[in-house]
Design a protein around this ligand. Structure first.
Ligand SMILES: C[S@@+](CC[C@H](N)C(=O)[O-])C[C@H]1O[C@@H](n2cnc3c(N)ncnc32)[C@H](O)[C@@H]1O
Length: 196
């Protein structure tokens, strides 16, 4: 699906969700049947289109890059999904705080924005996710660096440490039950549970 958008992304070096991860994402969306989906990291709308296409949900999607957001807007309209999309062009943390303040709630979150920030987003996601909702986080292995015992190159060190923090927060969080899947660049699926 959406081959032209995939081609555009490849030609313009825009990272989009990998093939097996796409399948898994759509399986999860179909299984959970969310009414409201939140995506962090729209890029040009490829994964958003996939989720819209395999559900009846309304998608709120956050992208800080104005040019990408503009292309995403056109892509959603091109496939007739514009009425089911709320595209927010802003920094994800700002948007998440806003959702908390306005008591916005979601049933499913696709986390695919800045990798070093996932651990900061998690407490906010716990607040805006409905019970039985889920967070699907992509790229949690960061090209194998997260599970590597070798020294991490300086330029990646804080991102890798922050992703390790995200994964250990998931292990200890009373709000989530998580599994980390060895699929492509690593996917963490976390189900919201009742806190004790
Ligand atoms: C991996 S791409 C998203 C790919 C998209 N989900 C897909 O599969 O089609 C990550 C996106 O997150 C955006 N991003 C990076 N930092 C951000 C931030 N602080 N807030 C919002 N978006 C951000 C980038 O501009 C980029 O387009």
């Amino acid at each position: 699906m959406f081959e032209e958008i995939e081609k555009y992304a490849q030609e313009n070096f825009i990272p989009i969700i990998r093939p097996l991860s796409r399948q898994l994402l759509c399986e999860q969306v179909k299984k959970l049947n969310p009414k409201k989906i939140l995506e962090i990291g729209t890029a040009i709308g490829f994964s958003g289109l996939l989720m819209l296409n395999c559900s009846n949900a309304v998608l709120t999607t956050v992208e800080k890059d104005g040019q990408r957001a503009e292309i995403a807007k056109e892509n959603f309209a091109r496939y007739g999904f514009e009425k089911r999309v709320n595209l927010v062009c802003d920094d994800a943390m700002t948007a998440l705080k806003q959702f908390v303040n306005t008591k916005e709630q979601f049933d499913f979150v696709f986390l695919d924005g800045p990798k070093g920030q996932y651990y900061r987003y998690l407490p906010l996601l716990a607040k805006i996710l409905n019970k039985n909702g889920a967070v699907f986080a992509d790229d949690v292995f960061l090209h194998g660096l997260v599970r590597s015992n070798l020294p991490i190159p300086h330029k990646s060190r804080s991102m890798v440490n922050n992703m390790r923090k995200y994964l250990s927060l998931l292990e200890t969080s009373p709000s989530f039950e998580s599994e980390v899947l060895d699929v492509e660049d690593g996917i963490a699926i976390s189900k919201k549970i009742d806190e004790l």
